[in-house]
Ligand binder design. Structure first.
Ligand code: PLP
Length: 402
């Protein structure tokens, strides 16, 4: 019997685990599954403008060799300019590492940082790759609470109480997946103050920085703390609707004094994987330098805005279901009132929903939420599909008991 490495024992990534396996089985049996479980814009007809794709096609002949391990210079320059326009003190393309999606860069950034037993502060709920990657790298993810009754803002007191002498880094996800929260300046400054007091490396995942609704505005954490070493992560998967290109970036800002050795480690890891996928890097300058404007999708009448509003109204009309209206990103994270629905095992609930209604959603504990009373629904689908899905959920909940 060939067993998996023992270091995987602490790694959980349930959002793509048993539930997805059951969905595949049902599909193999011939059932059609309505999938609102993945923030993948293209299958819902949300694709990048042709001009960006044409630029990639035009460059393909010259993209056959390895590139610089950190990525091609024009793409790193475009990323550096994007962040300096947003107030981040980036000195130039040398501060930018490109990767095969933010996912690869999250693992690299943590691998270069953590020794066994080191702790990283991660929000709860989180995008669970963060928790999984910390644990994969031998560290220990310590969750700080985000308060649903405060629009899912991080609870700064709870956060401060989680710091120990083993804490090395603070993870911020803003705008947040799964909650859709967009943090205020005050919240961000509170988070950054804590990092400053305890000399923590700040890792800020801002992949949804332009997906904002109504009057929400996004501030780069790095712009608010030029005195701190900050790693900002972003990529082409969401705003630029190119998730399949697997293209993302990590931007280093702030003083280098005590992180020089860490950065050498990061460079070593970048060199070891030779380079990120080169053809996809050519989409970066095209996309960032005016090639993609997502705002028409976000205004009233725009698809994402209408879908968010519609799905939120329909979900919150189900008895016993409430939901903080997301100010950013692509997800609704409704709460099933425990007085109405006594859910002991939310993964079981999602599997039962899948089997009875052929609808695939994600359970809240999959995002490292301690309670079993939340679900995540992706609102990338057109309004009639969302209506169908939420109708199925309502019918399921009406008769569901655990
Ligand atoms: N970070 C967050 C917060 C996400 O929600 C996602 C994808 O859903 C990722 C990172 C992964 O991004 P990428 O496609 O660039 O690997």
């Amino acid at each position: 019997m060939l067993s998996q490495a023992s270091r995987l024992a602490e790694v959980q990534y349930d959002i793509r685990g048993p539930v997805l396996r059951r969905a595949r089985e049902l599909e193999a049996e011939g059932h059609e599954i309505l999938k609102l479980n993945l923030g993948n814009p293209a299958p819902f007809g949300l694709v990048a403008p042709d001009a960006v794709l044409e630029e990639v096609t035009r460059s393909i002949g010259g993209a056959q060799g390895y590139s610089d391990a950190r990525g091609i210079a024009p793409a790193r320059l475009a990323v550096a300019e994007y962040y300096s326009e947003r107030g981040v003190a980036v000195s130039g393309p040398d501060d930018v590492f490109l990767g095969n999606g933010v996912s690869e860069l999250i693992v690299m950034a943590l691998q270069a940082l953590l020794n066994p037993g080191d702790e990283v502060l991660v929000p709860s709920p989180d995008y669970p790759l963060w928790t999984g990657a910390v644990n994969l790298c031998g560290g220990h993810a310590v969750h700080y609470r985000c308060a649903e009754d405060e629009g899912w803002a991080p609870d700064l007191e709870h956060l401060a109480a989680q710091v120990t002498e083993r804490t090395r880094a603070l993870v911020i996800i803003n705008p947040n997946n799964p909650t859709g929260a967009v943090y205020s300046e005050r919240t961000l400054k509170g988070l950054l103050d804590l990092a400053r007091r305890h000399r923590l490396l700040v890792l800020t995942d801002e992949i949804y920085d332009q997906i904002l609704y109504e009057d929400a505005s996004h501030l780069c954490a790095a712009a608010l703390a030029p005195d701190l070493p900050v790693l900002t992560l972003g990529g082409l998967s969401k705003t630029y609707r190119l998730a399949g290109f697997r293209s993302g970036w990590l931007v280093v800002s702030g003083p280098r004094g005590h992180i020089g050795d860490y950065l050498e480690g990061l460079e070593l890891l970048a060199n070891m994987r030779l380079c990120p996928n080169v053809p996809a890097q050519h989409a970066i300058p095209a996309a960032l330098c005016g090639g993609v404007d997502i705002t028409p999708l976000l205004r009233p009448g725009g698809r994402l805005r209408d879908q968010r509003d519609h799905a939120w109204r329909a979900l919150t009309a189900i008895p016993g279901v409430d939901c903080v209206k997301p100010a950013g990103a692509l997800y609704l994270f409704p709460r099933l009132d425990p007085e109405v629905y006594k859910i002991v095992d939310d993964q079981r609930l999602v599997i039962d929903l899948l089997e009875q209604q052929h609808l695939l959603l994600t359970h809240g504990t999959g995002f490292n939420l301690p309670s079993t009373d939340h679900l995540r629904l992706v609102f990338l689908a057109p309004v009639d599909t969302l209506d169908d899905a939420i109708g199925r959920l309502a019918e399921f909940l009406a008769g569901y008991r655990q």
